[in-house]
Each structure stands twice: as C-alpha cells, then as structure tokens.
Design a protein around this ligand. Sequence first.
Ligand SMILES: O=C(O)CCC(=O)C(=O)O
Length: 220
Amino acid sequence: MASRRRARQGLADVPLLDAAEVDQLAARGWLALPGVLTGPAAQQLGRRCAEALADKGDDLRVGDKSASGTRRLVELRDRVPEVADVLADPRLTAAVATVVGDGASYGDATFRSPQPGYGEQRFHADDVPRFDDGPFRVVTAIVALCDFTVDNGATAVVPGSHRRPDLQRSSGSLEAHDDEVVLTGPAGTAFVFNGHLLHRGTRNRSSAPRPAIQATWRRP
Ligand SMILES: O=C(O)CCC(=O)C(=O)O
C-alpha cells in the first residue's frame, strides 16, 4: 500500500506516495511518476526493445507486430528481462497496490511503439465495463521510453471515468472526449492508471516512433 515504508529497503521512513498522489489516483484515476528511469536509461531500454522485436526470428507470439504502423512485442518480461526491474520500482509497486491491493498478479507487459502517423485508438478500459462499487480489478502502467508530448502519440485519459457507469458503457466506441487529458512527461516517467479508466493511444504526429512499456496487474 501507499503506506509501505522505504524502511523495508533500509531507507528513511517516508511514505512512497504522498496523500495528494493517493488522492489523485483514487479520484482522477491516474498518476505520473517521473524518474522511474533516467532519460538516457529509458531511451536505451527503448532501443533494446526495438532490437528484440527486430531480432526475434521465428519466435513470433500472439500479439507481436513487427512491421505494422504500431509495433508491438508481447511477453516482454520474458524477452527483455531488465523490464522486470523497471516494473518492480517501489513507487510504481505502491501505486499498483493502492488500486488492486497487495499481491496483485502480473498480466502481460508489452512494448508498444506507434510509428509516425499511427497509434490512434478509441477510448477503452482494460477490463469489462464497471457498473458497481466493487473493488477495482486491474491497474495499468505505461512507462515512457521517450519524452511523451501532445504531438507524438502520448496516452490520453478521461479523468474520473473509472467511477462513471455512463462512460464505462462507451468503452471501445468513444473516439474523443471534451475532458480528455494527454499524459505528457519526460522519458522514464511511469503513468499509472486505474485499469477501468477510459484511455487511448493518440496519433503519433511526430517524425519519430513513440516507444513505451505497457503493463497490467490484476487483483488476486
Ligand atoms: O500506448 C498507449 O498510449 C496506450 C495503448 C493502449 O491503451 C492499448 O494498446 O491498449
């Protein structure tokens, strides 16, 4: 939980997430955690994932896309093992636990890299629509492996939509929303959001790919 202490790692006894961060994740449904990787380390990992995608040979798995407008490499923890260390970041893990509790199980981790001109999606959630007040079942993190800008295909979210049955009904069909926010930040930022929050990849209108790691965790 957010109340986990760094003392576990021999560090000073300060909370991993402050109250404002916990509140933002609960109410608006997302939180940016800058510095999960340094900028150069994030860019290096982006190159490493792109190479693993290019060099995978016959190891083609369901969901891989090597040549399409949005490139994808699934089962990333298995194929680029250093990704597991990134996803074990203590602040990221604390944010995950805030949404789905301790002991959440990993879903897949995927490298997703929309090429210039590609990447636009409809708003969707990462679970079936949520119409009740029961526990949240899934949480998603997108780790930016380049700077995320308003132009290069950064993720957009509709704040608060994880608590809105009217918007949950629109999952998969909504192309845009007046209240949508594009999640921008430097390479190495982890954007953590409630998996029921409506989100979408936007079109990459830059001249370079927009590499990121996308991972999910499910309530046990
Ligand atoms: O990469 C992104 O910005 C969002 C991707 C996404 O939500 C998805 O592929 O389901």
